[in-house]
Design a protein around this ligand. Structure first.
Ligand SMILES: Cc1cc2nc3c(=O)[nH]c(=O)nc-3n(C[C@H](O)[C@H](O)[C@H](O)COP(=O)(O)OP(=O)(O)OC[C@H]3O[C@@H](n4cnc5c(N)ncnc54)[C@H](O)[C@@H]3O)c2cc1C
Length: 494
């Protein structure tokens, strides 16, 4: 018998997520333990017309798993790591959707294998990562979750099971798709007609490209096209060694020039970069009392980088980083470098405290998250950063800027303390979104749209594009029960 809970106290933690969107509710939370049980729940929900929201670990930041009625389908009990296979260069693993990322990472560590996608909040589930195409700390170098998914087992809203392997099914050049089901039925549909922006990271709406691999349609579909029950993902050999640093700059122009110059070098040499601005550094002050005094007071920003090395290359690469940093006036004597795993973990934790701190702020003031997620093309980034800072300074609101500078992708967190400031913050957010779209950017580079960013997606895609997305969804989910309200408004489903 499938576990199902309906006591409001027991299901409370399943009707919210890290977006802090209020008001989520559901009549019950169901915990299937196999694909067959997922199929049973979904087929009967389709029959009844009951909405179903899929739940991973709830670390998503855009309210994708916040239900407004119906059932929650929790993937917690689909938590088996089915196999880890070593191959000549790396390997692969087959995991169920509810496997916790940190658990997988812990198992891979002694095998000297690496699963690169890492949204830094490692309590998330692998199924949630695929459903959001999660990126994170290492994406500049390794790419998002999409790059590692080789096969998905998906249960559609009708209860049909789909096993999709990469390079197996493609859309045709005109955007027509066909997916044969085990039942003998074939789903025929058409991809939306928009072109995705030319940016390094993109998580806004369905992935669409001419002749695309159909596996990619489900990656990043935010619980709207089907329930991912199992994934096979690629693994890489764990790098032999790593050097890492948090380097402070006193001049923003130099910081940006440093990033531009080292970007190509980094891509060649497999490094990764992230950035925190002055306001973000100050935000860490209260949290990190023991390390805070070590942050130089003249710093306007910091770059966190990691670089893979081997015994042969370590010295040369350290020298190269040092030379580039020196050429750009980095505060070298006051910066932090780490060559062993323990110190590197401390630097990562320093960086991870930024989003954690922001989430705590929104929770404390009971305010919905106001955190941007735009990425823009390479040539537009410096101008976009200037636009962020000028607009925010003029707004008189509190804010922080940090993110993934190698990918031209920073998060602006606007920190309202009351309703007036919250309204103003949302207005400012819209200004920033419009500018990003104007310069060819995406409104979400990694967190997705969920329910929180739907109005911003309308700035990027037309009403017709949204209708096309809804029509595509209806081909997989005729009763429109799955992930209602995610990506586009529910009105488009009727
Ligand atoms: C402190 C912090 C830092 C973060 N940093 C990053 C970052 O750097 N990069 C990044 O990309 N994200 C980041 N995130 C966001 C988050 O960790 C990712 O979005 C993660 O992939 C969500 O996984 P989850 O299991 O928690 O999914 P949930 O939040 O439970 O769900 C997310 C969405 O996926 C759907 N879903 C979940 N499981 C399935 C499934 N099996 N089948 C179909 N749909 C499903 C849900 O319905 C929902 O729409 C951060 C979050 C926090 C709290």
């Amino acid at each position: 018998m499938m576990l199902s809970k309906s006591d409001p106290d027991e299901i409370q933690s399943f009707v919210s997520d890290a977006s802090y969107m209020p008001g989520g509710f559901a009549s019950r939370v169901i915990f299937p333990e196999s694909a067959a049980e997922v199929a049973e729940v979904l087929a009967s929900a389709t029959h009844e017309g009951t909405p179903v929201t899929v739940s991973g670990a709830g670390t998503g930041t855009v309210a994708g798993r916040v239900p407004f009625g119906g059932y929650v389908l929790a993937t917690d009990r689909l938590n088996k790591i089915k196999s880890i296979v070593r191959e000549e260069a790396g390997g692969r693993t087959v995991v169920e959707a509810g496997v916790v990322l940190a658990d997988l990472q812990r198992l891979l560590e002694p095998e000297a294998l690496l699963y690169p996608p890492d949204p830094t909040e490692r309590s998330c589930f692998l199924g949630g990562n695929v459903a959001t195409n999660a990126s994170g700390a290492r994406t500049f170098k390794y790419g998002p979750t999409r790059n590692y998914v080789e096969r998905l087992r998906i249960v559609l809203a009708t209860g049909d099971l789909v096993d999709l392997r990469r390079r197996e099914l493609r859309a045709d050049a005109s955007g027509r798709i066909e997916i044969p089901l085990q039942s003998g039925r074939t789903i025929e549909a058409r991809l939306p007609s928009y072109r995705m922006p030319q940016v390094r990271k993109h998580a806004s709406g369905y992935y669409v490209a001419p002749g695309m691999d159909l596996l990619d349609l489900f990656i990043g579909s935010e619980g709207t096209l089907g329930v991912i029950v199992e994934a096979e993902v690629k693994l890489l050999p764990k790098p032999e060694g790593l050097i890492a640093g948090i380097v402070f700059f006193k001049d923003q122009y130099e910081l940006l020039a440093f990033v531009r110059e080292t970007r190509n070098l980094s891509l060649q040499n497999r490094a990764k970069q992230a950035r925190a601005g002055k306001t973000a550094l100050s935000a860490l002050e209260s949290r990190l009392e023991d390390v805070w005094p070590l942050v130089p007071s003249s710093a306007v920003g910091a770059i966190f980088f990691e670089q893979e090395v081997s015994a042969k290359t370590e010295e040369d690469l350290l020298t190269t980083w040092y030379e580039y940093l020196q050429a750009h006036g980095a505060l070298l004597d006051d910066s932090w470098f780490a060559t062993n795993e323990q110190d590197q973990a401390k630097l990562r934790e320093f960086r991870h405290q930024l989003p954690v701190l922001m989430n705590e702020w929104f929770a404390r003031y009971k305010k919905q998250k106001v955190s941007t997620d735009m990425a823009v093309p390479d040539d537009e980034f410096a101008g976009m950063l200037r636009f962020y800072e000028e607009t925010l300074l003029a707004s008189d609101l509190r804010y922080t800027i940090f993110g993934h500078i190698g990918d031209n992708h920073v998060h602006v967190n606007i920190l309202p303390r009351n309703d007036t400031e919250a309204t103003k913050a949302r207005r400012v957010y819209m200004q920033l979104v419009r500018q990003a779209v104007k310069v060819g950017g995406t409104i979400s580079a990694e967190h997705g749209i969920g329910k929180l960013k739907r109005e911003y997606l309308r700035e990027m895609y037309t009403q017709e594009h949204l209708r096309e997305m809804a029509a595509l969804k209806r081909s997989f989910d005729p009763a429109g029960i799955l992930g209602r309200g995610n990506i586009f408004s529910e009105d488009l489903l009727s």
